[in-house]
Design a protein around this ligand. Structure first.
Ligand code: AMP
Ligand code: MG
Length: 539
């Protein structure tokens, strides 16, 4: 065991996934990197394809601490490992095999087309972490793509993984953002204008990266044996409290995944996160937010918002649809687990229970955000809030922060001006705000009086509830325009703006003079700028 803090090259690596599960190990690299069907296997061995000049452009101290790591130099042995140019003893890299439903349709084999797991290592607290490179070159699952990732999308994944963690949303982590020194060609708008962009690799960490689609691929092919092996591994390593494989353990596993997914999506809804590509291959069995692609955060409260240009037509993955899609995906997961269970109907109850879990988690946090007790009977009160938020372009993040200020005003406060004045900055258009629109003003005054009456009537100390409100409604979220500012600078070789943005997202529930820039609503320049309002899947 290394003494901590250690260098990545000093860690011990193991790979229980490779060691215990069926896989495919081609004898030469050319074959390993060739796109193909991989049958009866959980993984296909492949080493990362080397890059010209790996440099660690950003590093997460918090994620590093999980592995007991000290900050490495920008170039050197650690950068070589994270760029895919060098392996550490014990690493047996592989790409995982999985399938998935994309936009509601079965897509067959997908797998890690550009992610390569280097190995598993134990942190100082004995937690097992899988270390994975995203953008490390072709694998068996790359199909016609290059296995690479561009800087803009890698920076967005690095940023959002860490931001979500600090927001308290279950997520995979990001250890480092490494530039490769190589160009990657992408046609960002899919309009016949490909351009060379800087390439990058994100080093991701999670206890494991198993997705719902891992089980779907086996079910689709009638491969029960590898599915059973994967199930046994998952239970032993990630759900030891559920015991060895049995019908009961499988049902309990499904119920746990369903509850964790409900909790995760309830958290997404509160921070205004829209994943953008909630395909079953992009949902983790651990209930972690995974695969940050064309995601976005609500700049205006719009239930129909989707950041993903590929989803503009059907809007399947729009903000308000996420809880329902979570259940649809779990239904697919249940079907995939069914061949492993003597009575698959036992999965119906936990699938239905998902709705209750979601509502409970969502309402509990909403109660903290509003500083009032809430029961299912209060839905009309909440519906009226949401519909008023959606009436004109209104920033929901700012709205909930201003409520904390309103809760600090003297009890019994009902004067119209005092109620709506603090909300001014939440609205994008003064003419279509309570200052310029009397109907909207009346609506807000009515709702705010209702809310304030409930707040004043609550028996718990107001100060305690105000503190809870501040801890439940973030001041800083990694809005697309903030990410874009960091991307524009990074593409010119300046990672200073990213570093400052990272410092802000690490303390999302604090409002200080230093983070004022990161607490603003979307500026007008970002309204229709690519990367700010809409994102393509090109990454
Ligand atoms: P996503 O929708 O981004 O999660 O990706 C769906 C599938 O496409 C996954 O199997 C990815 O690994 C694969 N994929 C996406 N981009 C690339 C790429 N540049 N090279 C190889 N495979 C890719
Ligand atoms: Mg994916």
């Amino acid at each position: 065991m290394p003494t901590h803090p250690a260098d990545l090259t000093e860690l011990s690596f193991d790979d229980s996934f490779v060691r215990t599960l069926p896989g495919e190990a081609p004898t030469n690299e050319a074959v390993a990197r060739r796109s193909r069907e991989v049958r009866g296997a959980c993984w296909a061995a492949v080493t990362p394809t080397p890059v010209s000049a790996p440099r660690i452009a950003a590093w997460s101290e918090g994620a590093g601490a999980l592995l007991g790591l000290r900050r490495p130099t920008a170039a050197g042995a650690v950068a070589d490992v994270l760029g895919g140019n060098r392996l550490v003893t014990g690493m047996r890299p592989y790409a995982a095999c999985y399938g998935g439903h994309q936009f509601g349709h079965w897509a067959g084999q997908l797998g890690d087309g550009r992610a390569i797991t280097l190995g598993e290592t134990l942190g100082p607290d004995a937690q097992r972490w899988e270390v994975q490179l995203k953008g490390a070159g072709p694998t068996a699952f790359s199909r016609r793509s290059d296995g690479r990732a561009v800087l803009r999308s890698s920076l967005r994944e690095f940023l959002c993984s860490e931001a979500m963690f600090h927001l308290g949303v279950p997520t995979t982590r990001a250890l480092a953002l490494t530039t490769t020194g190589d160009a990657v060609v992408r046609d960002m708008f899919y309009d016949g204008h490909p351009r060379a962009e800087p390439g990058a690799i994100v080093t991701r960490l999670a206890p494991c990266f198993v997705r719902l689609g891992h089980f779907e691929i086996f079910a689709s092919r009638g491969e029960t044996q590898p599915a059973q092996a994967l199930l046994a591994w998952l239970l032993a390593h990630h759900f030891p409290e559920l015991g060895p494989p049995s019908d009961d353990a499988l049902v309990a596993l499904f119920a746990t995944v369903a509850e964790r997914t409900a909790r995760m999506i309830a958290d997404w809804m509160h921070v205004g996160f829209v994943h953008g590509v909630m395909n079953t291959d992009n949902l983790s069995v651990l209930g972690l937010t995974i695969d940050y692609g064309p995601y976005g955060f609500l700049d205006t409260y719009d239930p129909d918002f989707t950041p993903n240009t590929t989803d503009f037509q059907g809007r399947r993955y729009r903000y308000a649809n996420q809880p329902g899609i979570g259940q649809w995906n779990l239904y697919r997961f249940a079907l995939a687990l069914s061949p492993l269970l003597s009575d698959p109907q036992r999965l119906e109850a936990p699938l239905s229970a998902y709705v209750g879990h979601f509502e409970t988690h969502w309402r509990e946090r909403m109660a903290r955000r509003l500083g009032v007790a809430l029961t299912p009977e209060d839905m009309p009160f909440l519906d009226e809030m949401n519909s008023t938020l959606g009436a004109v372009e209104t920033d929901p993040t700012l709205f909930f922060r201003r409520l904390i200020d309103l809760a600090a005003l003297p009890a019994g406060l009902t004067g119209e001006a005092a109620l709506v004045a603090p909300l001014a900055e939440c609205f994008y258009d003064a003419a279509r705000s309570p200052a310029g629109d009397t109907d909207l003003r009346d609506r807000w005054v009515r709702w705010l009086r209702d809310w304030r009456g409930r707040f004043d009537a609550d028996p718990r100390p107001a100060e305690v509830r105000r503190a809870e409100m501040a801890a439940a409604s973030p001041a800083v979220i990694p809005r697309n325009w903030l990410a874009q500012e960091a991307i524009d600078a990074a593409e010119q070789g300046d990672f200073g703006p990213l570093e400052r943005l990272m410092a802000a997202v690490r303390r999302p529930y604090e409002a200080t003079p230093e983070n004022a820039h990161y607490r603003q609503r979307r500026p007008e320049w970002a309204r229709d700028k690519a990367g700010c309002s809409a994102l393509s899947c090109s990454s």
